[in-house]
Design a protein around this ligand. Structure first.
Ligand code: PLP
Length: 294
């Protein structure tokens, strides 16, 4: 349609399109930005063996305290310099060769490229018709993990964005499956180790179970739940007319990596009809190693 004959609405849309297009970088700008970021990250990787594992907080890194956020663009060099001097300078450096691997670890190069690809293509993965490939990929990964763990073929699951949301989903599933409606909350009992990750306690509150009875289970000298003690405590709670409904164990605790005796705890949970949740956010994939299962 030529501009002379365009309706006012079309002219308005064309005007807005020109403004919106300013957000789309040209191929040249994309190349410059990509190369700037690649130079920075390659330099980081080339020096990874010798960068310190921890650097005390420095005065210079305070620049991010008073960052001025404006509508005006900032050059890429300036942005990278700000990140270098304000962020990449102090605190823990989990990617360093000197950092003894604990939970925070270095990034994985191919995973970073995967994130880049996913952010550029940005496929919607929430429902099948909108992203059948993405949903199939998720399902295949769930199948792979389920087989690794030894779950039955008819099991189901979903990929969560992290351990906190996975634990929250599990606790809500337990609450609903066990029909812990509001009037039952105060009498309902959750069994957990004091070594459980703090997101479990957050999830209990978010799930509306903050007024439940929380039983911190006795632990052995390796910080693992003692299954016999769990059994006794559940029996006592049943005698007291409480409603035991959920036991939470860890396949690798955050502080010491303790793996609770998962099967014996599961058997007790089954015997008393409790929902059994295992937080495997940290240690679940120990299963890929030849770890000592005793
Ligand atoms: C055992 C365990 N559960 C849950 C979490 C929380 O996971 P996220 O930080 O991904 O929410 C962590 C994090 O370290 C963890 O170690």
């Amino acid at each position: 349609m030529d501009e002379m004959n365009a309706s006012p609405d079309i002219l308005k849309i064309q005007e807005l399109e020109k403004i919106a297009r300013q957000l789309e970088p040209s191929p040249e700008l994309r190349k410059a930005a990509r190369e700037g970021v690649i130079d920075y990250t390659e330099n980081f990787i080339d020096n990874i063996e010798t960068i310190p594992a921890f650097v005390e907080e420095r005065k210079s890194s305070e620049i991010l305290t008073n960052l001025s956020v404006s509508e005006a663009p900032t050059s890429l060099n300036e942005v990278l310099e700000t990140l270098k001097t304000g962020l990449d300078v102090s605190g823990l450096n989990p990617a360093s060769g000197g950092h003894l691997g604990y939970i925070p670890g270095g990034g994985i190069y191919y995973a970073a490229l995967g994130d880049y690809w996913a952010d550029i293509t940005n496929r919607y993965a929430g429902i099948f018709y909108a992203g059948p490939g993405a949903v199939r990929l998720e399902n295949s990964l769930i199948r792979w993990v389920a087989e690794l763990v030894g779950y039955p073929a008819d099991c189901a699951g979903n990929l969560a964005s992290g351990g906190s949301i996975a634990n929250l989903s599990a606790i809500v599933a337990a609450r609903d499956f066990q029909k812990i409606t509001s009037e039952k909350v105060e009498k309902s009992v959750i069994y957990v180790s004091s070594q459980a990750h703090h997101c479990i306690f957050k999830a209990i509150r978010i799930a509306g179970l903050g007024e439940s009875v929380i039983r911190y289970l006795p632990l052995d000298e390796n910080y693992r739940i003692k299954p016999d003690e769990l059994n006794k405590i559940i029996q006592e709670d049943i005698r007291q007319n409480l409603i035991p409904f959920l036991v939470i164990a860890s396949a690798g605790t955050t502080d010491v990596g303790a793996v609770d005796p998962l099967e014996p705890i599961g058997n007790i949970a089954k015997k008393h009809n409790l929902w059994y949740h295992i937080d495997a956010a940290y240690g679940g994939f120990f299963i890929l190693t030849d770890y000592d299962k005793s």
